[in-house]
Design a protein around this ligand. Sequence first.
Ligand SMILES: Nc1nc2c(ncn2[C@@H]2O[C@H](COP(=O)(O)OP(=O)(O)OP(=O)(O)O)[C@@H](O)[C@H]2O)c(=O)[nH]1
Ligand SMILES: [Mg+2]
Length: 392
Amino acid sequence: MKPTPKSAAAAEEPRPRSNRAVLVGVYGRQVSRAAAEDHLDELERLVDTAGGRVVARALQERKSPDSATYVGKGKVEELAELARAQGVGWTVFDDELSPSQVRNLEKALPTHVLDRPGVILQIFAARARSREAMTQVELARLEYLLPRLAGGGESLAQQRGGGAFRGGAGERKIELDRRKIRRRISTLKEELSRIERGRLVRRKRMRQVPVVALVGYTNAGKTTLFNRLTSSAEFAEDRLFATLDPRHARLHGVGGRAIVVTDTVGLLRKLPHTLVASFRSTLAEVEDADLLVHVVDASSPQADEQRAVAEELIAGFGVPKEKVLLAYNKMDLAPGLVAAGEDVRISAATGDGLSELRAAVVARLEALGVRMPLYGAGPAGSSRNRGDVTPS
Ligand SMILES: Nc1nc2c(ncn2[C@@H]2O[C@H](COP(=O)(O)OP(=O)(O)OP(=O)(O)O)[C@@H](O)[C@H]2O)c(=O)[nH]1
Ligand SMILES: [Mg+2]
């Protein structure tokens, strides 16, 4: 796009240090208006989780996103005016922007420019706790950044400081040296495969015990359920991606059978490809599990879509259907829902349905021919650990 005098001016304006954000999406041939609204709702939660404050949303009807500016030149000018009027620091687009779109938008808007994968990367960066997750995040960010470096990409580079919305980080200009970044990427990859090898060794040692992985859309209640099933106190909160590192613990209340439960990172639509690739090893937990409990937030108006997105990702990991048990969670908020067949209705918050879930897990593992060793008559048999399947 040839810069108009107006957009050239925007390029020189200082970009405000503000966490005020405007969300931008498009609808039209492929995406209905209602679906686009839902996606913006989710983007708003993502931005909120990342520390931004959404002050306005713009939905544009187009056959498809504009190749130069995503929304088209006229709309960009409107967005620039809105941003000036409202002191907006960030314009956040609901889809992944191409490097040239980022460049054009940064020229035309007096704000930083961010896209959905960029927001997700920020959240992952802020939440990663283990060395593995931190390495994965850094790798994903650099791989995301690299193709966007050719001129522009300024806002994206600044995200490296972590938590762009939280201010401060945006001020420091980092050196955009492709060669250095490439070198760093290969170092990180080596480091990751070393960490991964260590994990494989540990996993081999645990082999005799079947593993049940809790999977599902972010915020479905996996960690809350994990805590209930294993009596641990992991961090669960009403934010997206509360969990970034899988945890393992013993499943309680299954009559002394040895079963390990693992909590996993939440799934999400439009998950950045770089992230999926880097998190392959974390998600390998999913491929390796003997059984998946797919947790669905039954109270969400988007429950069906979230379930479909998760199912597609799960199928993409190569997991056959028989290995997935569906658990409709938050039934305390959605009492009307009727689950079909072997699906289980639960409330991780109140504990309702958990004994049925435990029984269903054991039954399905048996049906799959998975051996569940019994813990010996060890002294560790507290009544909670040794409780039977039926009453929880
Ligand atoms: N009412 C109700 N709320 C629930 C239930 N289960 C979980 N929640 C709430 O839902 C929110 C998300 O729960 P988490 O357990 O963190 O969800 P998660 O699936 O682990 O989320 P990520 O780790 O972000 O993928 C928290 O505020 C929980 O308290 C439930 O059965 N009923
Ligand atoms: Mg969680």
